[in-house]
Design a protein around this ligand. Sequence first.
Ligand code: SAM
Length: 199
Amino acid sequence: MIDIVKKRQDFYYRKAKSEGYRSRASYKLLQIQERYRIVQKGDIVVDLGAAPGGWLQVIRQLNATAIAVDLQQIAPLEGVTSIRADMTATDVVVERIQEIVGQVNVVVSDAAPNLSGVWSLDHARSIDLASSALKIASGVLKTGGNFVVKVFQGDLFDAFTREVSTHFGFVKSYNPQASRKQSAEIYIVAKRYLDTSGT
Ligand SMILES: C[S@@+](CC[C@H](N)C(=O)[O-])C[C@H]1O[C@@H](n2cnc3c(N)ncnc32)[C@H](O)[C@@H]1O
């Protein structure tokens, strides 16, 4: 069984190398896109936790432009504006994005905390990052926009999904095949942002 899992890891790792992607994570966004069509041609996409840039390459291939946010420096990519920042400083990040492009069509977040190995702590930190992503999405998304966020599963997952549901017309959780089988990660895919600011 472990051999099968390793083979699959090797498969996406090797595929990313041979197809010129900066990270095997690219295939997760490709699989999310294939299933849910979250990015359209001409969209402006905010990618949170974007380094080293595998998702950014996919976004560019979809003929969309991107604003990338990460604690780490991201090697330049045509059609991508990078902001080196801590996404938990949500007001600062929202302000920077608004200065650069105003509102956007899609916000995606593959951000992950440094793992401590303590399940409950890693889960709580991941929910914290996902909540920051939702705050940023609420600050920059156009009405009707889409949102994808990675979360490590745990007891706070359902409450967070409910919170996302209050802002979007469609919400599903999805486990792309490219995610490592032993990983606790899952993606929440939310479409049709509802502008609830006036309610
Ligand atoms: C799994 S990697 C993202 C991979 C990326 N989607 C790709 O395809 O190349 C997670 C990223 O989240 C970033 N990250 C973690 N905490 C962050 C924070 N508070 N603010 C911004 N970025 C953060 C890390 O620096 C790391 O680059």
